[in-house]
Design a protein around this ligand. Structure first.
Ligand SMILES: [Zn+2]
Length: 258
């Protein structure tokens, strides 16, 4: 039996760490992290999410988690475990009030990210998904420096595909010598809530293959079942949702070689 209080350092065994980044906010990066975590969990893997988007944490809202889920044991933190069995650490689970803004300067944000990595008892995980802060600023850099990420997935939208923003993220990853596994295009097309028909209305969507030499791993449509995650959870029995999760899991498993 584990004697929790005698440990002064968490004993973690994590097989693969995946960073989820985006060129800017508003592309649904956290939704992509959520879907990757859920897809892998459904395949039977043990999964954790480290929400390193300290100033704009969205992971707890997606899982409909309230604060206080994280317990401190001696010198370390025990992640909250969702109903799905996914371990989560996020700043919002530590704040008194989840609408309270985190007004910190760079160095303090970086310290928080480091602690989420070093002082959390994740235990044994097949995958740790790191939901990164958007953009290529300081904290994103800290995440790349402090956490031994095996591969990065860039969340993007059809609008962003033609922009320089995605290239910036990719170049940052290259500079840090972290492999970019590929892109996941969010809000890629629409699924009609009435008849379930697929509607393509973005000219810029990439139909297959790659962008900037980076592979498209999966496409996530705009659909009610996904936009209602935070209130209704993810209906994994739904045929279309199941197919999307399958696509994501297959792509990630192939890249991670697990
Ligand atoms: Zn229709």
């Amino acid at each position: 039996m584990m004697e929790k209080n005698t440990l002064d350092k968490p004993v973690n065994k994590i097989r693969k760490i995946i960073g989820v980044m985006s060129g800017k906010g508003g592309v649904g990066k956290s939704t992509v992290s959520y879907l990757i975590a859920s897809a892998l969990k459904l395949k039977g893997y043990t999964v954790g999410i480290l929400d390193s988007d300290i100033t704009g944490p969205s992971i707890p809202r997606l899982f409909n988690l309230k604060k206080g889920g994280i317990q401190a044991e001696g010198n370390y933190l025990i992640p909250f475990e969702t109903q799905q069995g996914i371990k989560v650490v996020s700043m919002n689970l530590l704040l008194e009030n989840d609408e309270q803004p985190v007004i910190w300067r760079g160095p303090l944000l970086s310290k928080a990210v480091q602690q989420f990595w070093e002082d959390v008892a994740w235990g044994e995980l097949d995958f740790l998904i790191v939901d990164m802060p958007p953009g290529t600023a300081d904290v994103a850099l800290t995440v790349m420096q402090a956490i031994p990420i095996n591969g990065l997935i860039v969340a993007t939208t059809p609008h962003e595909m033609v922009a320089m923003i995605v290239s910036k993220s990719i170049n940052m990853a290259k500079a840090m010598k972290i492999p970019v596994w590929g892109l996941i295009e969010n809000m890629s097309y629409l699924i009609c809530p009435e008849c379930g028909k697929k509607i393509d209305f973005f000219e810029n969507t990439v139909n297959s293959g790659s962008k900037n030499g980076v592979e498209i791993l999966a496409k996530i449509p705009m659909m009610r079942e996904i936009s209602a995650i935070s209130t209704k959870g993810l209906p994994v029995q739904n045929e279309k949702v199941a197919a999307i999760l399958e696509e994501i899991a297959e792509a990630v498993l192939k890249k991670s070689a697990l």
